[in-house]
Each structure stands twice: as structure tokens, then as C-alpha cells.
Design a protein around this ligand. Structure first.
Ligand SMILES: *[C@@H]1O[C@H](CO)[C@@H](O)[C@H](O)[C@H]1NC(C)=O
Ligand SMILES: *[C@@H]1O[C@H](CO)[C@@H](O)[C@H](O)[C@H]1NC(C)=O
Length: 332
């Protein structure tokens, strides 16, 4: 029922806006988000009064924006409120986006390990995912079970206060799939909740490593309350980074073999696309179960890569199933 009270308060506030007078002392904006239930006159964004279709520079074909006289403050009234929770069936979040950094302080990330085109990673072997970030005050995260999206993005020294995450997804048989990956599936996930080296270099340990396969790792830079970082301009580089990489069967050939088909083709693709790169060597080794693929990789790749691939291609039998391994997910 709280939304009804807020609704009344806003109606009053709009009157105040049309006929300015001092804002109430307990006003939300004055308290920086505190306890007031009225929308301050000086917080109303008149930019939302217009649908944009008549604005200077509007383009043919552009959609008319929704409009609001009150910052859409009741947009979620009557809907399932996000309310600090990760609601898997969808919800409506009524919290403002918050403070936005200057163009000169936009969040940026680059994954420094695994490396693009670098040597494949041995299966079932611990490795670190490392991310170098710029323009973030890292190491700040709120309770994701009770305060998810529940407060606006905030800045400190002009930089977004927050953290990042890394998600590794199995791409199946190819390093270049043509079907978008299922966002509900991942082989590894970790919120990096510490400040790293204090200079934006953050690390997530993949303890125990991954089964052989083709993977994509991406970052997800977030404000403290886990919302993706909000930036000031449209024309910009992304705040995040992704890298595709191969895990081969060197660490545990039995496991790699249990992953045949996908692991084999994966490795072949990597070997073929990384002809003169040492990565081809290791990638081809992952082609264990796929003799034909390994052969092809050998012929397109360097002799060395092919030879090692063949050597690694002895392949084990059986081993742990991929499904079981994928269940071992790290969440924080
Ligand atoms: C991962 O990084 C940590 C901290 O920098 C380091 O101690 C550890 O040796 C690294 N692990 C691997 C497998 O490189
Ligand atoms: C790959 O796995 C399938 C199903 O388990 C098996 O029948 C086939 O022999 C395996 N191929 C290789 C090359 O190991």
C-alpha cells in the first residue's frame, strides 16, 4: 500500500513544482535518498515531458519515448516490484539510475588472461582470469540477495563505485558459434568483490580449472548494487570485455576424451585459426578424440602444432562427464 501514499505525495509535489516553494526538510532529494516520500521540485526531469519526436535532430523512424511529469515514479505501481531481489520471473524496478560519471571517467575493461590467441589452457588445471579496469572504485558490492538493484549508481572522486564479474560460457563445438549462447548457462561465474591491486587489476581464480572445450569469458562491470554501469554518452567504447579461449585435454586426457566431438572440433578450429600461433600447438592437442579434425588442423597449422596435436590425440577413455563438472560453479 505504500505506493498509494507515494502517489498522493507526488501529486502534491507536482503542485509545488508549478508553484515553487521551499522543499520539505525530509524530502528525498535533500536527504540524498533518505526517508522522504515526496518528489522534490528540483528533482523533476522536464526532459521526460516530451516524447522526443519533435526535438531538434530527431530522426525519421525513431520511436516516441514514453513521457512522465513525475520521473515515472509510479512506473512500477501495481507490478511485481524488484524490491532488492533477483526475481527470476521478471519484475519492475523503481529505483533511479543515479549518478553518472563524466565522459572522461567512463568505465573500461580489458581481460588480460586468458589472452586472445594465446596458448590454450590445460583442462582441470587452476588458472586466473584477470581484468584490468579503468575508472572504477572497485571492491564495493552490496548484498545481492537483499539489495539487488535497490540503490542508485554512486560515484566517488568522479568514478563509479562498484565491482565487476566474470562469466565463462561453454560455446560447444566452435570458437565461432552462430547461435547466441544461452544466457542461463555458464561454466564459471564469479563476482570479483575485492579491490585487486588497487589500480584496477582484478583477479578471479578458476580453482580446479575447466573441462576441455571452447569458451567465452566476459566481464560485467557493475555499480555496488549490481546494476550494469551507466555511462554518460552513447558513442563510447564498451565498459566490458570478452575473450574466447580454448581449454585442451593436457591437464586430464580422460576428461578431455569424455568431451569428444565438441572438444575435438573446438581444438581443430582453434588450431586452424591460429596457424602461426603457439596456441595452435596446445589447441590441436585438445583434438584428441577427433582424428580427422586433428589431421586437418595439422595440415593447415604449423607442423609443430599438428605433431603435438597428434601426440596429445592419444585420448583417454571415459572420465568424468562434462555435466557433472559444469555443476561445479563458483558464485559469490
Ligand atoms: C592467481 O593469482 C593469485 C594472486 O595474484 C596468485 O597468488 C596465484 O598464484 C595465481 N594462480 C595461478 C594459477 O596463476
Ligand atoms: C565420442 O563419444 C561417442 C559417444 O560417447 C563415442 O561413441 C565415440 O566413439 C567417441 N569418439 C571418439 C573419437 O572418442
Amino acid at each position: 500500500m505504500l505506493y498509494k501514499q507515494i502517489s498522493c505525495a507526488i501529486a502534491l509535489s507536482v503542485v509545488v513544482y508549478a508553484n515553487p516553494e521551499p522543499a520539505p526538510a525530509n524530502n528525498a532529494a535533500a536527504a540524498g535518498g533518505g526517508t522522504g516520500t515526496t518528489l522534490s521540485a528540483n528533482a523533476i526531469q522536464s526532459g521526460s515531458f516530451s516524447d522526443g519526436t519533435t526535438a531538434i535532430g530527431s530522426e525519421a523512424g525513431q520511436a516516441a519515448s514514453l513521457t512522465s511529469q513525475n520521473n515515472f515514479i509510479n512506473n512500477c505501481a501495481g507490478k511485481t516490484l524488484t524490491n532488492g531481489l533477483q526475481i527470476t520471473t521478471g519484475s519492475c524496478n523503481g529505483i533511479t539510475m543515479g549518478d553518472i560519471p563524466a565522459k572522461t571517467a567512463m568505465v573500461s575493461s580489458v581481460i588480460t588472461n586468458p589472452q586472445t590467441g594465446g596458448a590454450a589452457i590445460a583442462s582441470d588445471t587452476s588458472f586466473n582470469i584477470t581484468v584490468q579496469m579503468a575508472n572504477i572504485v572497485a571492491g564495493s558490492f552490496t548484498d545481492a540477495d537483499a539489495t539487488y538493484y535497490s540503490a542508485p549508481q554512486a560515484l566517488q572522486g568522479g568514478q563509479v563505485v562498484g565491482h565487476t564479474h566474470v562469466t565463462v560460457q561453454d560455446m560447444g563445438k566452435s570458437l565461432n558459434p552462430t547461435t547466441a549462447l544461452d544466457a542461463t548457462q555458464f561454466a564459471f561465474f564469479k563476482g570479483i568483490n575485492d579491490a585487486g591491486n588497487g589500480k584496477g587489476l582484478l583477479t578471479a581464480a578458476v580453482t580446479g580449472g575447466l573441462p576441455a572445450g571452447n569458451y567465452r569469458v566476459c566481464t560485467m562491470a557493475s555499480a555496488s548494487n549490481h546494476q550494469p554501469v551507466i555511462m554518460p554518452v552513447a558513442q563510447r567504447g564498451t565498459a566490458d570485455d570478452c575473450t574466447k579461449f580454448v581449454v585442451n585435454g593436457n591437464g586430464n586426457t580422460a576428461n578431455a576424451a569424455s568431451n569428444n566431438g565438441s572438444g575435438g572440433q573446438a581444438a581443430a578450429a582453434a588450431a586452424a585459426s591460429a596457424v602461426s600461433d603457439p596456441g595452435a600447438t596446445v589447441a590441436a592437442a585438445g583434438a584428441a578424440s577427433s582424428t580427422a579434425a586433428a589431421g586437418k588442423a595439422a595440415s593447415t597449422g604449423t607442423g609443430k602444432g599438428g605433431a603435438k596435436g597428434a601426440a596429445g590425440g592419444g585420448g583417454g577413455k571415459g572420465g568424468k562427464g562434462r555435466k557433472e563438472r559444469l555443476r561445479r560453479v563458483f558464485i559469490s
